[in-house]
Design a protein around this ligand. Structure first.
Ligand code: EPZ
Length: 417
C-alpha cells in the first residue's frame, strides 16, 4: 500500500491555493441528477471520493467528463435508479443520491451506506424526512427500497442539524409539489454552496446557512454552471501544519470566516493569523501554548473535521488542552498513532486531554481515517527524524495531493507507492 515518508524539523513557508471543497462537490454531483441537462462544475478536486461519485453517476447512465478541474455531467442518459452495493460501500456519503433519485425518478434502490471509521453513521433523519415528503421506504437485507410517485412539500423538523440529512431533503424537496421547510437545518457553508448550484439550475431554494431552509418544489430545472467553494477543512489542515512545524504560509482562496473557530484556537496558541481578501496568512514562531477546551459542534462551532489536525498541532504546546468530540462517537482513532509519535494524550469517552511534550520522534504510523491520517502528517512534520505514514488511501479520499502541497510549502514529504 502507498505510504508517505516524512522528515520532520523543517519549517514551512510559501503559499498554496486551497483545493475545492470535498463536502460541497459530493452533494452537488448528486444534485446534477435533478436536471436532464449538462452541468459544468469547476474547481472540482481530484479525490477518491469524487471518483466514487462519478462512478455512481456513470453507473446510473450519466456521462461525466473531466477537463482539468472541471467536471461536465450530462444526466440525459439516466437509465436506472438503483446503486450497487459495491458502489454504496465505497463512500458512505453516497446516501445523498437517495433524495436526488427520488426527485428525478420517483424511485430509488440502494444499500444502507456502510458505517465508517468514525463509528456508526445512521441515516434515520434522512429516512424520516423523506417519508414525511411522501416516500415509501422499506428496508430488507440492508437494501433500501424507495417509491415516491408523488412527493409533497411539508415542514420537516430535524432533531439535530445533520449536514447529510439537510442536503438529502433539499434535493428531494426540489421534486416535491409545494413548499418544503427544513427546520433546524445544518448551517455549514457547504449547504449554501449546494443552494448556489441548485439556484444556478433554476431551483427555488432559500435560507441555506441559516437553520431554516425553504424549497419551492417542481421548479423547471436545467443544467447549471457552478464553481465549487474552497475546502475550509483542507485550509484548516494546512494552517495546523504550519502551527505544528512552525513557519509562515499563505493560503489562497480560503475564507477565514468559514473557519473562524479554528483560527481563534491557533491565535490563542500563539500563531499570528491574517484573514485578508481571498486568503489567510499564518505565522507561527516559537513554541505554542495550550488553549481553552476545544469542543466540536455543528457549524459555526469548532468543526469535528478539524479536531484531529488541531490535536496534532498542539502535541508540543506548553501545557494541556482538553478536547471534547461531540459529533461522532469514534473520532479518536488517531490518538494511539499520535502517541506512537511521542504525543501524551489521555482519552475518556468524548474527552481527550493532550499534555504538551518538548519533542516528538519519528515513527511508523497508520492512517485510520481521512482526517486522522492528515493529523499524522501534521504531527510528523514536527517530529525529530523520519516518520512513515501508512494506509494513506484514507487521506486520498479528501486531500488532493497532500504531499505535493506540503512539499510546495517546504516540507520534506514524499509518497512511495
Ligand atoms: C458530513 O457528514 C461531512 N461529510 C462530514 O465530513 C462531517 O464530519 C459531518 O458532516 C459533520 O460536519 C460530508 O459532507 C460528505 P451529519 P454527515 O449527518 O452528513 C448523526 C470528512 O471528514 N446523524 O451532520 O454524515 C451522525 O451519526 C467527513 O470530510 C444521525 O444520528 O454528518 C453524527 O453523529 C467526516 N442520524 C451527527 O449526526 C442521521 O440521520 C452529525 O452527522 C444523520 C446523522
Amino acid at each position: 500500500m502507498s505510504r508517505f515518508l516524512v522528515e520532520g524539523g523543517h519549517r514551512l513557508s510559501g503559499e498554496l491555493t486551497v483545493q475545492g471543497a470535498k463536502n460541497s462537490v459530493l452533494p452537488i454531483l448528486a444534485a446534477t441528477l435533478l436536471n436532464r441537462g449538462v452541468s459544468v462544475l469547476s474547481n472540482c478536486p481530484r479525490l477518491r471520493d469524487v471518483d466514487a461519485s462519478v462512478e455512481i453517476l456513470r453507473y446510473l447512465g450519466c456521462s461525466v467528463l473531466r477537463e482539468g478541474d472541471t467536471l461536465s455531467v450530462d444526466t440525459s442518459g439516466l437509465n436506472r435508479a438503483e446503486i450497487s452495493d459495491t458502489l454504496m460501500r465505497e463512500m458512505r456519503s453516497s446516501a445523498v443520491f437517495l433524495g436526488a433519485l427520488l426527485a428525478r425518478c420517483g424511485a430509488a434502490e440502494l444499500s444502507y451506506p456502510g458505517g465508517c471509521e468514525l463509528g456508526p453513521r445512521p441515516i434515520d433523519l434522512h429516512i424520516s424526512g423523506l417519508r414525511a415528503l411522501g416516500a415509501a421506504i422499506g428496508e430488507e437485507g440492508g437494501i433500501l427500497h424507495c417509491e415516491a410517485p408523488a412527493l409533497r412539500g411539508c415542514e420537516i423538523v430535524l432533531s439535530l442539524p445533520s449536514v447529510g440529512a439537510t442536503e438529502n431533503l433539499m434535493l428531494a424537496a426540489c421534486g416535491a409539489e409545494g413548499v418544503t421547510s427544513i427546520v433546524n437545518a445544518a448551517r455549514e457553508p457547504e449547504i449554501a454552496d449546494l443552494q448556489g448550484f441548485l439556484r444556478a439550475c433554476g431551483a427555488k431554494v432559500s435560507g441555506a446557512g441559516t437553520d431554516l431552509v425553504t424549497v419551492e418544489g417542481r421548479a423547471p430545472l436545467h443544467g447549471g454552471a457552478y464553481r465549487i467553494m474552497p475546502d475550509r477543512i483542507a485550509a484548516a489542515t494546512y494552517l495546523c501544519a504550519a502551527a505544528s512545524a512552525g513557519g509562515a504560509i499563505r493560503l489562497l482562496g480560503a475564507e477565514e470566516r468559514q473557519l473562524a473557530t479554528v483560527t481563534a484556537v491557533l491565535r490563542e496558541a500563539g500563531c499570528v493569523i491574517g484573514g485578508e481578501k481571498g486568503g489567510i496568512t499564518c505565522r507561527c514562531g516559537g513554541r505554542l501554548t495550550a488553549v481553552h477546551p476545544i469542543r466540536t459542534a455543528p457549524y459555526p462551532g469548532f468543526p469535528t473535521d478539524a479536531q484531529a489536525v488541531a490535536m496534532a498541532a498542539l502535541l508540543r504546546s506548553q501545557g494541556s488542552t482538553v478536547f471534547e468530540e461531540n459529533i461522532f462517537t469514534g473520532r479518536y482513532r488517531h490518538v494511539d498513532e499520535l502517541i506512537r509519535l511521542g504525543g501524551v494524550i489521555r482519552v475518556s469517552g468524548r474527552v481527550a486531554v493532550v499534555t504538551g511534550v518538548d519533542a516528538l520522534h519519528g515513527a511508523k504510523v497508520r492512517s485510520t481515517d481521512l482526517r486522522g491520517g492528515a493529523a499524522l502528517c501534521v504531527a510528523a512534520l514536527a517530529a525529530e527524524g523520519t516518520s512513515e505514514v501508512q494506509e494513506i488511501q484514507h487521506i486520498d479520499r479528501g486531500y488532493e495531493d497532500l504531499a505535493g502541497q506540503l512539499r510546495a510549502l517546504g516540507a520534506q514529504i514524499v509518497r512511495e507507492e
